[in-house]
Design a protein around this ligand. Structure first.
Ligand code: ADP
Ligand code: MG
Length: 382
């Protein structure tokens, strides 16, 4: 990838880059709506990502190019200084610009001028967090160019700051945390309350298949807000700040202090937090079938208790988990549409995936996109 982006950089800017970086996309492994309840989540950094190449300029210009729309076009040429939001074709530059906008908030300097190229093998808008990947690859590139080396947690927070404040997406810490702390053959474990990050080994030979339905509930933003509110209502009825502080026993005892709906939502979150902990435990003992069982149990809880699944996602999970070569499957991400991920051994192959797609097509008259991946390393200077 380094040779490829260096050659493309030379073609675009007429010289070699001085820094090349790469940051991966991620899969939400388990931990559904646990983040804003202060709970833990497990994510997998994948073997697809975004590469960034940069070289300094001394004329106070920031020039941006990418392969985002297929062929690499004319660079967008902006004056260095205070980043201004872009729209239209240059809208993608809001991710690196958001990183530049964030740097002073972390007492870090911006580069004075540079040429910038992004190239990716990670589809954008497919729930694999290409946004966090481009943020982290950009942040590492700008920091390397200016010889500044903050710690990983700061790098992750810079990416999140860019996405929350400049791009304007109120994402949690999962995407940037996994891209920043990822490691091949590991999962990233995030305690969202602190937040703090560590990794848990995953046995080699685990494969991931993501089936993206490209469906999205029309009311998704309102449904998210409603789930958030219900969780906070449950915490209040339980006398805690966040549901991570509550136990299943305490929830049972408080049953008559909340509505049935609020009780179901809280049960999902409290049990999901237990499932994340059980997954970490099972991984310590290499119990992959148990991990698979927990993944599917997470989906059933989304389906029945949190009610953030859809008939399309349920169909995929039912079809996938009926196969002996699938260890477990669940909706991945916020739900109300989107994607299902399956954890499989090496026997599940393209033919098996096509059989799932055919069944889905017969039922819904549309085909989900299928991506096969394994774990990969986190953000790095190449
Ligand atoms: P996701 O993070 O799930 O992929 P988002 O909508 O959060 O979806 O982020 C996708 C956006 O990230 C794209 O619309 C684009 O602006 C930016 N992006 C992703 N990959 C690239 C790339 N290779 N070059 C430039 N911009 C990219
Ligand atoms: Mg994103």
């Amino acid at each position: 990838m380094k040779e490829k982006i260096s050659a493309a950089f030379a073609k675009t800017f007429g010289r070699a880059p001085t820094v090349v970086t790469r940051a991966p996309g991620r899969i939400e492994f388990i931990g559904n709506h646990t983040d804003y309840n202060g709970g833990p989540v497990l994510g997998a950094s994948i073997d697809r990502g975004v590469c960034v190449a940069v070289a300094p300029r001394d004329d106070a210009r920031w020039r941006f190019a990418s392969d985002y729309r297929g062929a690499i076009g004319e660079p967008l040429d902006l004056p260095a200084g205070e980043p201004a939001r872009q729209s239209g074709n240059g809208g993608w530059t809001n991710y690196p610009l958001g990183v530049l906008a964030a740097l002073p908030a972390f007492d870090l300097r911006r580069p004075e001028g540079f040429d910038f190229l992004a190239m990716s093998d990670l589809p954008a808008g497919s729930g694999l967090s290409s946004s966090a990947a481009i943020e982290l690859a950009s942040a590492l590139a700008f920091l390397e160019l200016t010889a500044q080396h903050p710690d990983r947690t700061t790098l992750v927070q810079i990416g999140k700051h860019a996405e929350n404040h400049f791009v304007g997406v109120p994402c949690g810490i999962l995407d940037q945390g996994v891209s920043g702390f990822g490691k091949a053959d590991h999962l990233v474990h995030i305690d969202c309350r602190t937040p703090s990050f560590d990794t848990v080994p995953l046995p080699q030979g685990v494969h991931f298949w993501v089936f993206n339905t490209h469906t999205k509930h029309a009311l998704v933003d309102g449904l998210y807000a409603a789930r958030h509110r219900e969780c906070m209502d449950a915490a209040k009825a339980l006398g805690v700040d966040l549901l991570v502080q509550a136990t299943p026993g305490a929830l049972d005892a408080a049953h008559d202090r909340m509505t049935e709906t609020v009780h179901l939502r809280a049960r999902h979150v409290i049990e999901e937090i237990e499932r994340v902990r059980a997954t970490v435990h099972a991984l310590q003992f290499n119990q992959l079938p148990e991990v698979g069982r927990l993944l599917t149990a997470s989906h059933r809880s989304s389906q029945k208790l949190f009610e953030n699944s859809t008939p399309e996602l349920d169909f995929l999970v039912d079809t996938l988990t009926a196969r002996p070569d699938v260890l477990g499957a669940r909706l991945s991400g916020g739900g109300f549409g989107g994607a299902v991920m399956a954890m499989t051994g090496p026997d599940f192959d393209r033919r098996a995936a096509n059989a799932v797609v055919d069944a889905y097509h017969q039922r819904f008259g549309a085909c989900p996109d299928v991506l096969h991946m394994q774990t990969g390393d986190g953000a790095a200077v190449l």
